[in-house]
Design a protein around this ligand. Structure first.
Ligand code: F6R
Length: 587
């Protein structure tokens, strides 16, 4: 999703903004722009493409000035082009803004402003903020008042940063991420700490419905949407935030896949206090719901199998974006576990709000401990797997599973105790052989359809593997529950199709092998993921043997690698897949 950034201080704003935007590239975007203030004038440069491409063509970092704003846009309203790229200036050119989120009532506001003589250049909803601020500033001649009047008219969810040509920067937060960096030589406002962590680890997290005003002379004022002053403590952010370099790895995705033997151990040491509190709530709950989107939802599906098979406990996984259709599901005797890497996915936050309004107790498992989801939770456990920059979730998935295993183990009286050291060593074993997977990817790159088949607890892993393939390689991929083959998908099997069979040597083995024979009889190619070879496989990817419930933690690793190497073969960018964003902060 869009990233916003602003800076005011002694430094060269344009260079700091460009660097910050590069650090936040993981959020996903299609165009880039910055604006700086020099001699009471706002200069804007922007364009379509990656930050480095637009910087090369438009010389973003050569803009002069010590105050400025920057943006990477993920198009929602209006096509991807230079005009729609941010920043947007007001009609008079005295104010420029960058915005993340959606203004639901922009059409009405735009019409009202046009009637008053303000003109618009872009198709975006965001431009309305620039002209509305200008109108309110023209009326009040006061920046604080103009910000308050502006936010009182906006409907939707947003954070935005505005610069006023006479040298003041103001920002507002309403249900979209915004964090302030308090440096020795200046202040930052950003969608993510990563936008400025190289320069300061002193951070302020404004609450929702807050405005901040700052300038180069040290002014830093917070107030709420009604204009009341707000005081904040400075928080020191964890050093691990600075761990945002690829190091020896060609891509963040490969780095993050490779980190899993380590991150699984860290998740295994998850904060016991919070975990215990969640477990107590679950033991007393009438019903347990688990929600998440994408990969996090697939983790919820694994949890369903674990709880049911090993604890005879029925839990209900619900896709977060579907929760709004079932608000009456929830009550005050139930507990919701929300799963999210970012803790900022709009769908997840909305699901939590709906459940919370019905009195359901909210717990969460989240990577970013400063995120909105953590604030909305009664108790939250951190994944503690460090920043995940690659857009496709990898290490956060296995860390989510690790914590869900720990919870399941407590609920089933310790009969499901994960041996994280053994799991970590087995992951390292899988990761020691990239060559074989690389070879298979050279063949897989030509596939147009890939099916991933698994039974029982392996079906969610099949869905997760298909999601990775879609995202990273743009090949059509689908997860199939093995038993459903004859109920439809068998019609699709022919020589052009690849089927990945998740078939560890456990209680699902025999049934899954017989599905493989049926597939092979229709001449599709099969890739077996298993600790036991069989001549039926065209390719066999070996995984170490482990006790039955823990196979999911191992079998996903070669599938992540296979997607990564197939992406390289197809020359797609595995870190930043097209059209996708790391933090999906709009509905
Ligand atoms: C898949 C992927 C997405 C996210 C989904 C939820 O690789 O990254 O499907 O899993 O957008 O994101 P979080 O977990 O941050 O709520």
């Amino acid at each position: 999703m869009c990233s916003i950034i602003g800076y005011t201080g002694n430094g060269a704003a344009a260079q700091l903004l460009v660097k910050g935007l590069k650090r936040m590239e993981y959020r996903g975007y299609d165009s880039v722009g910055i604006a700086t203030i020099t001699s009471n004038h706002i200069d804007i440069r922007k364009g379509v493409g990656k930050v480095s491409e637009v910087d090369n063509s438009e010389k973003l970092r050569l803009l002069v000035g010590n105050m400025g704003i920057g943006h990477t846009r993920w198009a929602t309203h209006g096509v991807v082009n230079n005009v729609n790229a941010h920043p947007h200036k007001s009609s008079t050119g005295q104010i420029a803004i960058v915005h993340n989120g959606i203004i639901d009532n922009y059409n009405i506001l735009k019409k009202e402003l046009q009637d008053k003589g303000y003109f618009f250049k872009s198709e975006t909803d965001s431009e309305v903020i620039a002209n509305l601020l200008q109108y309110n500033f023209d009326e009040t001649k006061n920046i604080k008042k103009s910000m308050i009047k502006t936010v009182s008219s906006l409907k939707g969810e947003y954070s935005f940063v505005a610069v006023f040509e006479h040298g003041l920067l103001a920002a507002a937060k309403f249900h979209e991420p915004m964090v302030i960096g308090v440096g020795k030589n200046g202040y930052f406002v950003s969608s993510d700490v990563l936008g400025f962590v190289e320069y300061t680890d002193d951070v302020i997290y404004p609450d929702n419905k807050e405005i901040v005003i700052m300038n180069s002379s040290g002014l830093l004022q917070f107030f709420d949407f009604s204009g009341n002053p707000v005081r904040h403590q400075i928080t020191k952010v964890s050093k691990e935030f600075s761990d945002v370099y690829k190091g020896e790895y060609a891509h963040f995705t490969l780095k993050e896949i490779s980190e899993q033997p380590n991150t699984i151990m860290r998740a295994g040491q998850a904060c016991e206090d919070e975990l215990e509190k969640i477990i107590t709530l679950l033991k007393n709950a009438k019903k347990i719901y688990v929600t998440g989107s994408g990969t996090s939802y697939n983790a919820a599906l694994v949890a369903k199998h674990l709880f049911l098979k090993y604890g005879k406990i029925i839990i209900e996984p619900i896709i977060s974006s579907e929760v709004r259709f079932y608000p009456d599901y929830f009550d005050d005797k139930s507990v919701l576990i929300a799963l999210s890497q970012s803790g900022e996915s709009a769908d997840v936050l909305e699901a939590v709000k709906i459940a919370s309004n019905k009195g359901t107790k909210i717990t969460s498992i989240v990577n970013i401990s400063t995120s909105s989801l953590v604030h909305m939770s009664l108790h939250s456990v951190s994944l503690n797997c460090g920043p995940e920059i690659g857009v496709a979730a990898t290490k956060s998935f296995t860390s989510q599973l690790a914590i869900l295993y720990k919870i399941a183990n407590s609920l089933v009286d310790n009969s499901l105790k994960p041996d994280f050291l053994k799991i970590s060593k087995s992951m390292s074993e899988i990761l020691s052989d990239h060559e074989h997977i690389c070879k298979i990817s050279k063949e897989l790159k030509n596939a147009t359809d890939v099916y991933v088949l698994g039974r029982g607890i392996h079906f969610p892993i099949a869905s997760e593997a298909a999601l990775k393939l879609k995202e990273l390689t743009y090949i059509h991929a689908e997860g199939l529950p093995g038993g459903e083959l004859k109920h439809g998908p068998l019609a699709l099997m022919d020589t052009s199709v690849y089927v990945i069979i998740i078939n560890p040597n456990d209680s699902t083995y025999v049934d899954t092998l017989s599905s493989t024979y049926e597939i092979k009889a229709r001449k599709a190619k099969v890739i077996g993921i298993s600790d036991k070879n069989d001549p039926i496989y065209d390719h066999w990817i070996k995984i170490p043997s482990i006790s039955e419930p823990f196979y999911p933690l191992l079998e996903i690793i070669p599938l992540q690698l296979l997607s990564y190497y197939t992406a390289l073969e197809k020359q797609t960018d595995p870190d930043y897949p097209r059209n996708l964003a790391k933090s999906v902060t709009v509905k």
